[in-house]
Design a protein around this ligand. Structure first.
Ligand code: ASP
Length: 353
């Protein structure tokens, strides 16, 4: 909306008269937020579909009065500590050198704080280390050796995160890379391919306080030192206590370029519903995708999901290709809901991942 010259002069005159023009503008900006705040009071936890056990635990904790960030971190801890889950924490698939490197970030709406860790080794719960960065330092993001040193100083337990299954998968991937190298290929029928996986979780409690967290082992076989979107507040997750929370799973490189989670929350701030917000962000992401990653019809050859939770408890998620579901828990209990999508599953380019 443009400001007319008359409004502008009026504002100037008011300022000259010593009136609080700033607060008038602020009041205008805050208006939709106030309306949303009146709706606050519907506790909800939501996030990626693999967090279905976690949303139930987190919702239970939120209802017992646990802080929303502590509750969702307890939710994602289930996956982080599960050695069978090869996409997060303990048992996560390693990088190309066979080393498990974990990333996580979180934001606490009421106190407007954020914390993150990247390329963290030997500590199973990067979400808790990210929160410790937030709680005990004046920094937002610690990576690599420094992140581990910090975690050990905070009392986190060091452990080998590479399970036997993940080590075997890595060895198979490595041996099949090059027929002429000194690693013998084993022709068993176990298919090892590139994998990804991450948990994003967001919560709002009865007071309308929000939080968000995302945790991952990132892409399997990634380069040493690679960070995706998960440890980046504004990309892998974001939360603004006056508006809502959001997060992402899938190709982090694509999410980072559109500041995915931040973009979703900003859309909601400007009045979009959660579904409009995730779909607009998806459209923006496709528009920002380099041609080498698009098929002849302009469709990305990769997967990406966005998740949104409004302050009033409304939720939505979007996926590029039809078929993904997201997890929600509220007074109706834990369940999986369909994500909105951009393209039908049948139109997924061959070789897309
Ligand atoms: N977003 C994660 C990353 O880029 C991966 C994933 O969600 O699959 O590291």
């Amino acid at each position: 909306m443009s400001t007319s010259r008359r409004d502008f002069l009026g504002a100037g005159a008011a300022a000259a008269a010593g009136l609080l023009v700033g607060s008038t503008l602020e009041a205008q900006r805050a208006a939709p937020v106030v309306a949303r705040a009146q709706l606050a009071g519907r506790p909800t936890v939501m996030g990626s579909g693999n967090g279905i056990r976690g949303v139930a635990r987190a919702y239970d904790q939120v209802m017992r009065g646990t802080d929303p960030l502590d509750a969702i971190i307890a939710g994602v801890n289930i996956q982080e500590l599960d050695p069978e889950d090869q996409s997060v924490g303990l048992g996560g698939l390693p990088n190309e050198e066979g080393v498990v490197q974990l990333d996580a970030s979180c934001m606490h709406g009421p106190s407007k704080r954020a914390g993150a860790v990247g390329c963290l080794e030997d500590i199973a719960t990067p979400s808790l280390v990210a929160k410790a960065v937030m709680d005990y330092t004046d920094h937002t993001l610690l990576v690599g050796k420094g992140a581990k040193k910090f975690a050990l100083a905070m009392g986190f337990r060091e452990q080998n995160l590479l399970t036997e299954k993940s080590r075997q998968d890595w060895l198979r991937w490595k041996s099949r890379l090059n027929k002429d190298d000194f690693w013998l290929d084993h022709d068993d029928d176990v298919k090892v391919k590139f994998t990804s996986g991450t948990i994003n979780m967001n919560a709002v409690n009865a007071a309308g306080d929000l939080s968000s967290v995302t945790t991952t082992s990132g892409y399997s076989w990634k380069l040493d030192g690679r960070l995706g979107d998960s440890p980046i507040p504004g990309a892998g997750q974001y939360c603004d206590n006056t508006v809502g929370a959001a997060g992402s799973t899938g190709r982090g490189e694509a999410c980072i370029k559109v500041c995915g989670a931040f973009h979703i929350v900003e859309q909601m701030r400007n009045g979009a519903t959660p579904e409009q917000a995730v779909m607009r962000t998806m459209e923006r992401m496709v528009a920002m995708t380099e041609p080498r990653l698009l098929d002849e019809k302009g469709r990305p050859r990769f997967g990406l999901q966005f998740y949104a939770l409004a302050k009033d408890g409304r939720t939505a998620a979007a996926t590029l290709y039809e078929g993904a579901r997201y997890a929600v828990c509220d007074d109706k209990g834990p369940r999986l809901l369909d994500c909105a999508y951009m393209y039908r599953r049948a139109d997924m380019p061959r070789g897309a991942w």
